[in-house]
Design a protein around this ligand. Structure first.
Ligand SMILES: [Zn+2]
Length: 397
């Protein structure tokens, strides 16, 4: 029988440098041993799990499934977690997503439970994470175990996987520190070098597993971790490009007897989410949705989408500290034209419907859409003819 390749994980161990503690694991890939780590402020040392290895296994899971490599763990993995991953998550993903393969996890098991009582959520200051935080910040009874007491910020790839990504991560971290302080919640920032195995992967296609592996390293501190969903629950599906669509299944499978993952945000549409957060002061100072800059540019698709949401609920002017509201009003027609042109994109159908219902879309906007389409066609034909000419000349040489 053909020997299937496998990745071998050693026992997690701690090391220290300056004011930081590292949770390390030596991993053998193609007979080469490399040390992977998560890095925390030293004060979190006592909460780090070295007794079992759920975190490193989960962080490598999409890599191993896509490369069709089995996992061997020399150290135990929690039995409940292993069962959920092996019996439910892996077979379902392998059956429904072409690029995923069915792989095996060979490891000893344990049934240790930890006594963490903390409740945490990731803080990015976008609409989804702001909604999750405000929905669960001192909104439940004191003994419910549902109120958030930590916010987390992970360098799990969302800022990119290159050297430059550290700059962006550190800049974002500074903003997030101020946001956590405003909320009166403790911030836990975690860096990792696991991003390095994913340099050839599209970040979006593996991001939830990488993010969820980090709370698993802190099971002695957390009993509940809220994961902010970008999609409504009725959009559940298996999608190769974005695992967020099947968050509901993932959260059940990656939870352990000590730590429950919970998806928040799928119960409301984007406009309903924006409406909810607009009642609070926090997003008026810290909402940050931009994909171009560290502060909101007011011109990229995420800024436009959010500004239109706020406009439709009559709250945009209250967000003038985080968006260029004057630009929106003076270029309102362009925002409407954008909404018509992108009405099929994610979250845009809802905005388009609201603009129609409000009769905000006029003849001049539809005319502008037709003119833009014509311009693009002419430009496309022009570029196409130049390309053909160049190809033709190349062929002659
Ligand atoms: Zn922007």
């Amino acid at each position: 029988m053909e020997n299937k390749p496998r990745i071998i994980f050693g026992k997690p161990y701690l090391s220290f440098e300056d004011e930081y503690v590292f949770l390390n694991c030596d991993v053998s890939i193609n007979n080469e041993i490399k040390t992977f780590w998560f890095k925390y402020d030293k004060k979190f040392e006592k909460y780090l799990v070295t007794e079992s290895n759920e975190a490193f296994v989960l962080s490598f899971l999409p890599y191993c499934m896509k490369k069709n490599v089995d996992i061997k763990c020399e150290h135990p993995v929690n039995e409940v977690f292993k069962n959920q991953i092996e019996e439910y998550l892996i077979p379902t993903l392998a059956r429904n997503i072409k690029s995923y393969n069915k792989i095996e996890i060979q490891s000893p098991i344990n049934n240790i439970t930890y006594a963490g009582k903390g409740v945490a959520v990731g803080i990015s200051c976008g609409v989804d994470s702001t909604y999750t935080i405000l929905k669960n910040d001192k909104t439940h009874s004191k003994d419910s175990g549902l109120n958030i007491n930590y916010v987390t910020f992970f360098n799990a790839g969302s800022s990119g996987s290159s050297e430059k990504s550290y700059d962006l991560y550190n800049k974002r971290l500074e903003e997030v520190k101020k946001a956590a302080e405003f909320l009166g919640l403790e911030l836990i920032a975690v860096d990792t070098n696991i991003n390095s195995i994913y340099v050839d992967f599209d970040y979006e296609s593996v991001h939830s597993y990488r993010t969820l592996s980090i709370p698993l390293t802190l099971q002695k501190l957390f009993s509940r971790y809220y994961y902010s969903s970008s999609f409504v629950f009725e959009d559940f599906k298996f999608d190769d490009k974005d695992p967020t669509y099947h968050d509901l299944l993932t959260m059940i499978c990656v939870s352990t007897p000590s730590l429950t993952f919970m998806v928040v945000g799928g119960e409301v549409t984007r406009i309903e989410k924006v409406k909810f957060i607009s009642q609070f002061d926090f997003p008026k100072h810290f909402l940050n949705v931009c994909v171009r800059k560290e502060t909101n540019c007011s011109k990229c698709f995420k800024c436009i989408r959010t500004m239109l949401d706020l406009y439709l609920i009559g709250k945009l002017d209250e967000f003038n500290a985080v968006f260029d509201v004057d630009h929106f009003h003076s270029h309102f027609d362009e925002y409407v034209v954008y909404a018509i042109e992108h009405r099929q994109d994610i979250d845009m159908p809802e905005i388009y419907e609201h603009l129609c219902a409000r009769k905000a879309i006029k003849h001049k906007h539809r005319r502008a859409v037709r003119v833009n389409r014509l311009k693009r066609m002419i430009l496309g034909t022009f570029i196409g003819s130049i390309y053909k000419k160049l190809k033709h000349q190349e062929g002659k040489k």
